[in-house]
Design a binder for this molecule. Structure first.
Ligand SMILES: C[S@@+](CC[C@H](N)C(=O)[O-])C[C@H]1O[C@@H](n2cnc3c(N)ncnc32)[C@H](O)[C@@H]1O
Length: 221
């Protein structure tokens, strides 16, 4: 069974990836703020953030398929995601949970406008029963997690990926997969994260996969 092949989910994903291909317009609008910020010594991401509420900034279809494959291979039933945006990656994860026989994707999003649209996309794809969205800052909302996590996907703002991992570390199941996106594009910001997962050989085995903007793939040993 592969729910990604069903017409309902496949057509919603195709539509959303198409919409996301227009993100460049948002980045163009953000450009003057980024340049102005850089001249004042401000971090590019901080200057761009107010504009990014309108951008999908999604994983690629190949990354989505990889997430689905990892979740299927791990037979993941409890998945946590940091950063849902408009809900694309969550659909891949929810499809995997369903095909694994049932479970839950707990995802997080801080932008109110994105939250309502993500919910609408999940309803259209028919995966809303598998998804629970925690609204607000993930570093606060994820404190409710108590059950073992089979797969953790980190795709919120990059400076928070390590704090989110550290918050959830006590709940990672043996053999859990942890994936973190944008390793190439945010190499400097994610350096502490990468150092953390690659310097604990008794806890993690980790490497960067050449998917999208670089996907750090970590297994809890
Ligand atoms: C790169 S996008 C996520 C894309 C999504 N995973 C996908 O592939 O479709 C990052 C998202 O994380 C959200 N975010 C960033 N920091 C957050 C936080 N502290 N708590 C909750 N959401 C956050 C942003 O609002 C943004 O929508």
């Amino acid at each position: 069974m592969n729910s990604l092949e069903t017409p309902r989910i496949a057509s919603v994903l195709a539509d959303l990836h198409h919409c996301a291909s227009h993100d460049w317009r948002v980045f163009l609008r953000a450009f003057p703020s980024v340049i102005g910020g850089a001249l004042r010594g401000r971090d590019a991401m901080e200057s761009a953030k107010p504009h990014l509420k309108d951008a999908f900034i999604p994983i690629s279809p190949a990354q989505g398929l990889a997430l689905y494959q990892f979740a299927r291979a791990r037979r993941a039933q409890h998945i946590v995601e940091f950063g849902a945006s408009f809900g694309i990656s969550t659909i891949y994860l929810a499809a995997a949970v369903r095909d694994n026989g049932g479970g839950r994707v707990i995802t997080t999003e801080i932008e109110p406008g994105k939250i309502s649209r993500a919910r609408e996309h999940w309803r259209r794809a028919g995966v809303d029963p598998e998804i629970q969205l925690l609204e607000g800052d993930a570093l606060q909302t994820l404190r409710v997690i108590s059950q073992p996590i089979d797969l953790l996907f980190l795709d919120g703002w990059k400076d928070a990926c390590l704090p989110v991992l550290q918050l959830l570390e006590p709940h990672l199941a043996p053999g859990a997969c942890v994936l973190c996106d944008d390793i190439k594009g945010f190499r400097k910001t994610l350096k502490p994260y990468v150092t953390h997962v690659r310097s604990r050989p008794l806890t993690y085995v980790s490497m960067e996969l050449p998917l999208g903007d670089g996907l750090e793939f970590t297994v809890v040993v």
